[in-house]
Ligand binder design. Structure first.
Ligand SMILES: *[C@@H]1O[C@H](CO)[C@@H](O)[C@H](O)[C@H]1NC(C)=O
Length: 223
């Protein structure tokens, strides 16, 4: 059979068109502009684009609460991602450390031991909650003066606090944790790994220069 050059060109052109067509459809479907927001990233967007006056008080509760950390925590700036492992809270709360944003804060948190590092705010709105925060005992919380009735809420390790903030975890049954969206990890340890092979004490200590001088007791125990 004789192949006519014209038909060869026609089929070649057709194949190229098909290929380009399929490639275009593929690129459109597979295109990722990198703007997909992971579920647990705080979504500031809603707050920044919706003004409270426009949505009115009826929807006021929909806007995330802004929590402004007025102070550092033992000198460290609190990360904006602080609540990223709290399912359901990342979209409800925005953590802020910009003191110029005081007027838009719903709550202003003061870490007791850092109170003297920053001048106290000179203005406050009636609906703002000023929070006294410390996970430590009074010994480690500094002794700084603030005006009378300065704080509205407390946030400490004490169970009588308005918002309990303690070291260690809150224990809830696995099923409830999962139903609330927490990722459950297993820390199961084979019991036989816990059998003591050498005598001794194992400790993890984050503060080696304490006012109570507990490190001296540990040194003695280590002899
Ligand atoms: C917080 O305390 C201040 C000072 O005592 C008070 O004026 C303000 O109304 C309180 N705010 C709230 C929301 O309770």
């Amino acid at each position: 059979m004789r192949v006519r050059p014209a038909s060869v060109y026609r089929y070649l052109l057709l194949s190229i068109c098909c290929f380009v067509g399929v490639y275009m459809i593929y690129s459109i479907i597979g295109y990722d502009d990198g703007t997909h927001v992971p579920i647990h990233r705080p979504q500031r967007h809603l707050y920044l684009t919706v003004s409270q006056d426009r949505i009115g008080s009826r929807f006021g509760n929909l806007a995330p609460k802004r929590i402004l950390y007025w102070t550092t925590v033992f000198g460290a700036t609190v990360p904006a991602t602080m609540l990223s492992d709290c399912p359901g809270l990342t979209d409800r709360c925005v953590i802020d450390t910009n003191r110029h944003q005081l007027s838009s804060a719903d709550a202003v948190v003061f870490h007791a031991a850092d109170l003297s590092r920053f001048p106290l705010p000179v203005t406050r709105k009636d609906n703002q909650i000023f929070v006294f925060n410390s996970m430590e005992t009074p010994d480690n919380s500094g002794r700084f003066a603030v005006p009378d009735n300065f704080f509205n809420w407390t946030s400490t390790h004490l169970f009588s606090s308005d918002a309990i903030h303690k070291y260690g975890s809150f224990l809830i049954p696995t099923q409830i944790a999962e139903s609330r969206g927490f990722k459950v990890q297993s820390y199961y340890v084979q019991p036989k790994r816990l059998v003591k092979s050498k005598s001794g004490i194992f400790g993890l200590i984050s503060n080696c220069h304490t006012t109570s001088k507990r490190e001296l007791a540990l040194q003695e125990l280590g002899k």
